[in-house]
Design a protein around this ligand. Sequence first.
Ligand SMILES: Nc1ncnc2c1ncn2[C@@H]1O[C@H](COP(=O)(O)OP(=O)(O)OP(=O)(O)O)[C@@H](O)[C@H]1O
Length: 551
Amino acid sequence: MFSRLCFAGRNLLRNESPQSTNTSPRITPQPSPPPITTNIHQENVGGTTYFYPTAANHQLTPSSTVNTTDNTFVHIASSQINLSYTHPGHVYPGPASHVINMQSKAQVSAAFFMQDELRNDILARNEIVNSIENDSQDIPLEVENYHSLCLLESLPLHPKLPLPSSTYRATHAVTGVKYCLRRLHGFRLQSTKCMQVVDKWKKLQHTNIVQLREVFTTKTFGDNSLVIVYDYHPGSQTLLSKYFASVPETNGYTDPFAGEARPFSHKSSLHRTAATSLLPENEIWSIIIQLSAGLRAIHQAGLACRTLDPTKIIVTGKRIRYSCVGISDIFTFDPNQQNQLTVLDHQQQEDLLALGKLILALACRSLQSVQRDQIQSSVELVSRHYSSDLRNILICLLNTNTRRSVTEIMPMIGARFYVQLDALQAQCDIQEDELAKEMENGRLYRLLVKLGCINERPELNLDVTWSETGDRYMLKLFRDYLFHTVTEDGRPWLNQSHIVQCLNKLDAGTMEKVQLMSRDEQSVLVVTYAELKHCLDQAFSELVAASDGTV
Ligand SMILES: Nc1ncnc2c1ncn2[C@@H]1O[C@H](COP(=O)(O)OP(=O)(O)OP(=O)(O)O)[C@@H](O)[C@H]1O
């Protein structure tokens, strides 16, 4: 069967558009088509010119039309408009009720746009990732497989540290993926046997642990440096900077987190003290749940964190992650170590103590609260302001007289786990709905790209009439119908739903008919979206074939 296009007189068309309403637009005129030379057979019957795409080109069912002997009639009754798309999946059905009602302003219109908070978060993260690279003279242009190194620390190296370290963002030369590089300055790897433990860390995947990717030594920095490569989480801040206000150092102050637990911190002796207000208990539990989840994974993998320190835990949005895993194991690796299991057990107990101190410091909003002589009064403060469960968890973790296990924390978290799970699932629902919207945007974007590549193309394969003839002419008229429609009195008719609907129908290739008119209003085509889709695919295939093949 042929698809039949009718180029008929213009006059009766205007008010009979399928989109017609009282305020309906009229179709922006296009010049009449130049003679169609390819794949179309034309015939004049009773003064009306009919165009037939050749069978090889169109295996579609016939489109509408059209006809009259008086050369004027092109009519599609509104009852014929088929709004049931052949692929219902091609239309975003609007927000789910459980999602729209989760939002503070339960307005349906708002739900068609990305939430401000989410958009701003994503924009801020993108800005951080794309921010100008560090132009410091001291940073090499390339280190092994990484380039565009950019220092992440705001403070210079702390001179008191026995082992200086630096943290960089860097780009992988092959994949272009950004990573976080931690460099241990002046460090010589004593034995490659420690790569066994590195492999263990590499295999450990958990949503509360920054993934360790690889370790290498390098002289590119002008010394022997060890570089540990981690995943990069833009927009992160350390637990220290998020929850503890900083004050200048004071003489004689001892950092409660100093010592073996944080040998890589530049701020080991940085003095942090009480911030303005206590944290809501829910927030503390959210941190406890995440930290204990990560720690449980670490301990179950036969490892110990050993850097459970507020500067070595990062917060990205609401997510908490251990950010410096494995370094202690590399740094203190002893190939002749006997009693590995005893050492591991000791280190895991130290982790639990450090976790207890961290929770206590968070609950009191003060790092000093975990100094030996302050612990008692700090726990009392917690008892006064928070639930007995929080106090119990602290007493369990801080009690070094008994052997504890991270799994003991679970029963104390109890039903709060459900609260956390519920919050996460609600977040998933919202994000899934955002994804549905963005999926639609992506699909429509690809259609527009195809149309844009075809419309107004000055030439293809030396044919300067390519974009104006044959299938492409229909696409040009369709483009005008999409974007250049005007109202009866000639004003632009800007209606996004018209554009989205038409593109959806095009993508679905529906059998609904659309009426297209040339700019000089001398010609009208009535054509199905299925045919337009075919034209689009055909024309774009021609472009791809003539290109270098990359799309
Ligand atoms: N994997 C990561 N992805 C993104 N940013 C990270 C990552 N790890 C650390 N950061 C950020 O890099 C910065 C420096 O991290 P680092 O661990 O050196 O902390 P720090 O505050 O400099 O602590 P210290 O100086 O005491 O070692 C921090 O702002 C931290 O949020």
